[in-house]
Design a protein around this ligand. Structure first.
Ligand code: KE4
Length: 451
């Protein structure tokens, strides 16, 4: 059978099995996704995109602009994921795009020092209280993996404390009671992670200082440090309780361990100085990603100079990357941070995000649905339960089935929410007051539909 006929036959057969599963026309998404599943595991490049926990047809994007995404069937959505955080200045921001066009003329990758790395490094060091020196990598996973290696190298200790539901990328030692896609898929800490990698990863419930104290007391000289999301976005949205971050700072100081804030999600999202700027707690190391790449692949880890000086070639802890410090990614990050530095950006983000979450909670209350929700600047979330939600156990007790039904109802009304109850929502400077009004109305209608 020649390729053309086989392709035509395949497409014809696909059309026959494709049915419209909702009022939303997603035929082309379905065709593409059916084909994708024959090419890539689960048809996606990252598990959470497959809609496994909310069901239904993953939406195949065609293009994005500002607060909106268009799928391959021509449906437009108001997007509250924003590529999982990077699009805080709106998708395809014209100033970022123009800067990239200029940078492209000089090439796509150097594999050599480039002044753009200096520029972005200076901006990060100026913005983030804990960072005196920074190393760029290509993802949040790489940043967290490297930060853990550095914690161990600097202290000479092997164990690390992480919190249930927090997600620090997919490196072996972090896939222990992790959040995000691992929690979404209910994977038991993922097979393939050898015991040797996970045995030194200790876990505690988020917001529970007593558990951390106990772990330190039981392992007084073997814990290299504590790593956490200072505001959780990977178990759903969970804020630190008053005193929690300060308590971790005191405990790590007392035991000679390091405190590491994973600000891959919160960095430059909840303020220009991240969560550490908001709460006034300074960790020893910080990991970053998402926004500092402006939508291109960038991660970073940085912190006290005496610690960072251990990183090769300044020191003996090895870490490297072919595309690290890539000129295009640096350009997108620089321009994005320049836009965020402008007067009034975080005030605007706080106002529209707070209005949205208040509208969501009020609509659910009117419909009689149990809900708890909140925001911190441009990051928000809610759970279908009475609340409060202070840790992953609380989050898991929420009604995730109801969330799945809400997700579908909102898609049909042109609103694109994270396809998991264990994720956060992200707003951008491109979301207009009208977008917020439309979204609140869609929530009201959806709550009435699913109640
Ligand atoms: P990446 O390797 O995906 O760039 O970053 C890993 C990571 C590390 N730390 C935090 C706090 C993170 O939120 C992430 C990644 N976030 C998820 C969203 N919950 C990425 C989405 C996905 O896995 O597709």
């Amino acid at each position: 059978m020649d390729v053309f006929r086989s392709q035509a036959y395949f497409e014809l057969s696909v059309k026959h099995i494709l049915v419209r599963t909702s009022s939303l026309n997603t035929i082309r998404s379905q065709e593409i996704f059916v084909a994708a599943q024959k090419l890539m595991p689960g048809g996606v490049s990252s598990p959470v995109r497959a809609f496994k926990s909310v069901g239904g047809q993953p939406i195949v994007f065609d293009r994005v602009k500002g607060a909106y995404a268009w799928d391959v069937d021509g449906n437009r959505f108001i997007d509250y994921i924003g590529s999982w955080g990077p699009a805080i200045c709106g998708h395809a921001n014209p100033e970022v795009i123009n800067a990239l066009h200029e940078a492209l003329e000089k090439g796509t990758s150097f594999g050599a020092p480039c002044i753009l790395e200096n520029t972005l490094a200076e901006m990060v060091i100026d913005a983030v209280p804990s960072i005196e020196s920074v190393r760029f990598v290509n993802s949040g996973t790489e940043a967290c993996m490297s930060a853990l290696r550095l914690m161990r190298a600097f202290t000479g200790r092997d164990k690390v404390i992480k919190f249930e539901g927090c997600y620090h990328g997919h490196a072996d030692m972090f896939l222990v009671k992790a959040g995000s896609g691992v929690a979404t898929l209910g994977l038991p800490n993922s097979p393939g992670v050898p015991n040797g990698s996970a045995v030194d990863t200790l876990t505690a419930p988020y917001n529970c200082l007593e558990s951390v104290k106990r772990l330190f007391a039981e392992n007084p000289d073997s814990i290299s440090g504590v790593i956490l999301e200072p505001i959780v976005g990977n178990a759903g949205f969970i804020a630190p309780q008053p005193g929690f971050l300060e308590g971790l700072r005191e405990l790590t100081n007392e035991y000679g361990a390091l405190l590491v804030f994973d600000e891959v999600m919160t960095g430059f999202r909840i303020g220009y100085g991240g969560a550490q700027g908001k709460y006034g707690v300074t960790p020893d190391l910080t990991t970053l990603g998402k926004i500092i790449g402006g939508g291109l692949p960038v991660g970073a880890y940085g912190g006290r100079a005496d610690i960072m000086n251990m990183v090769a070639p300044a020191g003996i802890m090895y870490q490297a990357g072919t595309l690290s410090g890539n000129p295009l990614a640096m350009t997108a990050g620089i321009k994005t941070l320049e836009l965020l530095k402008r007067e009034g950006t975080y005030e605007r983000l706080e106002i529209i995000t707070n209005r949205l979450i208040k509208g969501i909670v009020s609509a659910a209350n009117t419909t009689g649905l149990p809900i708890t929700g909140s925001n911190i600047s441009a990051m928000f979330g809610f759970f279908f339960c009475k609340g409060p939600v202070n840790n992953f156990e609380d989050a898991k007790a929420s009604d995730t089935q109801l969330f799945a039904r809400l997700h579908r109802a909102m898609l049909e009304r042109g609103i694109y929410l994270a396809p998991s109850a264990f994720e956060a929502g992200f707003i951008s400077l491109a979301h207009s007051d009208t977008d917020i009004d439309i979204t609140i109305t869609a929530f009201k209608e959806s709550f009435e539909e699913i109640a």
